[in-house]
Design a protein around this ligand. Structure first.
Ligand SMILES: Nc1ncnc2c1ncn2[C@@H]1O[C@H](COP(=O)(O)OP(=O)(O)OP(=O)(O)O)[C@@H](O)[C@H]1O
Length: 285
């Protein structure tokens, strides 16, 4: 679905944002893209959807260079940016004018998503609150039914019940044919939703791993005393939060926040452990 090889990109030549970045994304998955502020999450998504062009290397989507923005590819991908801008027309008019660009657009699904999100379908879009506008665009994006759906910070601006609705609708819209990529800072919004976690850091992808496999290989715990064999330790008010090898193989909950802190901080033992025990999707570490 997405195949990036040796990507080099920077807004200025002096400060490269990505160097030798490799990434492969497959159908049938919901990917969560994490990274610190300024790490390049939005820029990576823009390269994928053909809004930013590689300076070297390749970025292919649906078998074509994303930068070519071929009509057949654009009809099968949808990009929802972090800031949505809607025109001063009713939802019905917006759909009448734009749904035609997406051959697999599902009007019944749109009606269902709008009703679940409690967005009034007859309203002029600019008269809606920002959260309602965002929910309208999320509903439209899901209903477009494209093979690739890329969402940049989709839960920003959503209230707490809407975030739960968002997770439910997104999970129900995943099929074996679709690939969903979501970037976020709100790690907890993603925890129960994504199946694969991507971390961009230091100009490359430092993790591309199946959450189920991580749960089988790692244990996340809060303990009174860390032991010397822990892969990562972080002091907290409740005690030491640790990441350990999962010694009994029984999968537990993956603490994405702790894992993220470890990967963007100094956790050579964890990095080494993940690199040596290969079954993650890519040899990214
Ligand atoms: N159009 C642009 N022109 C020049 N620099 C840019 C442009 N867009 C982004 N940048 C810079 O590129 C870097 C990465 O930005 P990007 O928005 O991709 O990061 P991000 O990981 O999505 O950040 P955040 O978590 O804060 O949203 C930042 O240093 C940013 O200032």
């Amino acid at each position: 679905m997405v195949r990036i090889r040796n990507l080099h990109f920077g807004y200025s030549r002096k400060r490269p944002l990505f160097q030798n970045l490799d990434l492969t994304l497959e159908r049938g998955h919901i990917y969560g893209l994490l990274g610190k502020n300024g790490a390049g999450k939005s820029t990576l998504l823009k390269n994928i959807v053909g809004l930013a062009f590689p300076q070297a290397g390749t970025c292919e989507v649906l078998g074509q260079p994303a930068a070519k923005r071929l009509p057949a590819v654009l009809a099968d991908l949808f990009f929802l940016p972090e800031e949505v801008h809607v025109p001063t027309v009713t939802a019905a008019k917006f759909v009448a004018h734009t749904a035609g660009f997406y051959p697999k657009f599902d009007h019944d699904a749109l009606a269902h998503y709008l009703s679940e999100f409690e967005v009034p379908a007859e309203a002029v879009l600019t008269s809606l609150s920002y959260g309602q506008q965002k929910k309208f665009m999320i509903a439209f994006a899901l209903a477009a039914n494209t093979s690739l759906l890329v969402m940049d910070e989709p839960t920003n601006g959503l209230d707490i019940p809407s975030k739960a609705q968002f997770r439910k609708l997104l999970a129900s819209s995943l099929t074996d044919e679709r690939c969903l990529i979501i970037s976020t800072h709100q790690v907890r919004d993603l925890e129960s939703l994504i199946d694969t976690v991507l971390v961009v850091h230091d100009r490359r992808i430092v993790l591309n791993a199946d959450l189920g496999e991580l749960a089988e290989r790692l244990t996340f715990a809060t303990v009174a005393e860390p032991d010397g064999l822990d892969l990562y330790t972080e002091e907290s008010l409740r005690g030491a939060q640790v990441i350990r090898p999962n010694r009994n193989g029984v999968p537990g909950r993956v603490d994405l926040e702790l894992l993220f802190n470890a990967l963007v901080g100094q956790a050579p033992a964890l990095t080494q452990y993940l690199a040596n025990n290969q079954p993650t999707h890519e040899p990214a570490l």
